[in-house]
Design a protein around this ligand. Structure first.
Ligand SMILES: Nc1ncnc2c1ncn2[C@@H]1O[C@H](COP(=O)(O)OP(=O)(O)O)[C@@H](O)[C@H]1O
Ligand SMILES: [Mg+2]
Length: 213
């Protein structure tokens, strides 16, 4: 039988001793070092284009942090092409979109996952105005509230060049991890993405060179 995508995607959970899992743990360590003395409570992942491996990277990084015993919340803030509910095989009837519109409460919306210490806030159903939801006082307030409840909040976002969502979120985060698809990402796209993040003073924590096959 063919293994489902979610099984392949969550290697740190399924094969913690594999060399790839070790790479994700190394990324965790590098992020901790790059933050120096500054507190790192909210970290997001982005890339210049879609399909470079953002969701895969942030999911495995979240598992790696949770395995360390940290109370971690993973948020799918890619309201246009969400995928964390699939990676973690969770329901997505409610999530960030229903929370931000006031239709559900934090307690009812955040889900436990099969990984201990790791909770998930899925995207929720697609909304007609994702940018307005992301760029809202409600989003800021929600993050402030969640920061008090978790040791670390990790966020998946859209790619930088597609829409402004990820740049807006970067201004709310302590740091950004950039995923670059090896051999596929174009230099000028990367440069443009970096410029947009620099423009809002986003703190770049590291670049992950991902070999998407
Ligand atoms: N290092 C990798 N090796 C093999 N396949 C990968 C790797 N990273 C991502 N993929 C696959 O590539 C596709 C896109 O990855 P995804 O993480 O969803 O990208 P994004 O979130 O940036 O759009 C998915 O099918 C994923 O399973
Ligand atoms: Mg994705």
């Amino acid at each position: 039988m063919r293994r489902s995508i979610n099984e392949n995607s969550l290697i740190v959970s399924l094969k913690p001793k594999s060399p790839i899992s070790e790479e994700y743990r190394l990324l965790r360590t590098k992020i901790q070092f790059s933050s120096k003395d500054q507190e790192l409570k909210t970290v997001m992942v982005t890339s210049s284009q879609a399909g470079e491996g953002k969701s895969t990277t942030i999911s495995n990084l979240a598992v790696a942090y949770a395995q360390e015993g940290k109370k971690v919340l993973l948020i799918d803030a890619n309201l246009r092409k969400p995928s964390l509910h699939r990676i973690f095989s969770q329901m997505n009837h409610q999530g960030l979109s229903t929370l931000l519109t006031g239709h559900t409460s934090v307690e009812d919306t955040i889900q436990a996952t099969a990984v201990s210490h790791l909770s998930l806030l899925t995207s929720g159903p697609l909304s007609a105005n994702p940018s307005e939801l992301i760029d809202s006082p409600a989003m800021k307030e929600l993050l402030e509230l969640l920061k008090q409840q978790y040791d670390l909040i990790l966020m998946d976002t859209s790619s930088v060049l597609a829409v402004s969502d990820s740049v807006i979120i970067s201004a709310l985060c302590d740091g950004v991890v950039m995923v670059v698809a090896a051999g596929r990402a174009k230099k000028d796209h990367l440069k443009k993405a970096k410029e947009q993040l620099d423009h809002v003073n986003a703190r770049m924590l590291g670049i992950v060179l991902n070999r998407v096959v």
